[in-house]
Write a protein that binds this ligand. Structure first.
Ligand code: UDP
Ligand code: MN
Length: 251
């Protein structure tokens, strides 16, 4: 059996968006039995994303839901002050529950942010997930690799996390996947606004699993197949100068 991998990607408009989504779609094109659920953080779907998806040759679902203004990051406010992608991931979960409600619809759900770096090997691991699978994530939480700790019996007993290690599941969004069956059985499980920084992952995971049920993957969590990379914001100072010459460079 070859369950479908559903990758849920929240995304928002910014100068690097098309570059990020191009990189991501090129990775996803290497994966079989794959379905991309892309959810724009906006009131309406944009033609930028629609065109990119149409031309991608991928199976996809294109959704949009805006983050309420009171939850939007204000100019100059640090990134981590407000939760990101919450409404969008929940919208994708709702779509899955409404459209893949049949138990014959075998699938695994992975939350794939648009700026991370994914190895093709990661998807071979995701495909194995029966309940909830976990694996190492590179370049996150102040560490080279944040990873599950495995005991001699091959059970997950925690994480090596240094940042807020007291979290119930001190893991990054990129470090786990959930079988669709569990999300159907726990039909209220979703992300929440009302959790402090770093607790999104714990919020959803604690609704569907416990640490002793986690399935360690990626060679007993000894391999890194995903990195929490972040793209530098480009400096576009010269755009003003172009405008003054009656020219523009956006295309
Ligand atoms: N995101 C979004 N709206 C925003 C900010 C972020 O939809 O206002 C998306 C973003 O495209 C990414 C995910 O939410 O897929 C996580 O955001 P980001 O990568 O900025 O978070 P970080 O990696 O810094 O925690
Ligand atoms: Mn990111």
């Amino acid at each position: 059996n070859n369950p479908v991998i559903y990758a849920i990607t929240p995304t928002y408009k910014r100068p690097v968006q098309r570059a990020e989504l191009t990189r991501l779609s090129n990775t996803f094109r290497l994966i079989n039995n794959f379905h991309w659920i892309i959810v724009e953080d906006s009131e309406m779907k944009t033609s930028l994303v629609a065109n990119l998806l149409f031309r991608s040759h991928l199976n996809y679902t294109h959704l949009a839901i805006g983050t309420p203004v009171e939850w939007k990051r204000k100019l100059k406010e640090p990134k981590w002050k407000k939760p990101r992608g919450v409404k969008q991931r929940n919208k994708a979960l709702e779509w899955l529950r409404n459209n893949k409600a049949n138990e014959n619809d075998e699938g695994i759900v992975y939350f794939a942010d648009d700026d991370n770096t994914y190895s093709v090997d990661l998807f071979n691991e995701i495909r194995k997930v029966k309940g909830v699978g976990v694996w190492p994530v590179g370049l996150v939480g102040g560490l080279l690799v944040e990873k599950p700790l495995i005991n001699s019996k091959g059970k997950v007993i925690g994480w090596n996390s240094a940042w807020r290690p007291e979290r119930p599941f001190p893991v990054d969004m990129a470090g786990f996947a959930i079988n669709l069956k569990l999300l159907r059985n726990h039909s209220n499980a979703e992300f929440s606004w009302d959790v402090s920084r770093g607790y999104q992952e714990s919020a959803i995971l604690s609704q569907v699993t416990t640490i002793d049920q986690l399935e360690p993957l990626a060679d007993n969590c000894t391999k890194v197949y995903v990195w929490h990379t972040r793209t530098e914001e480009p400096i576009l100072k010269a755009e003003e100068k172009l405008k003054n010459r009656g020219l523009r460079s956006d295309m």
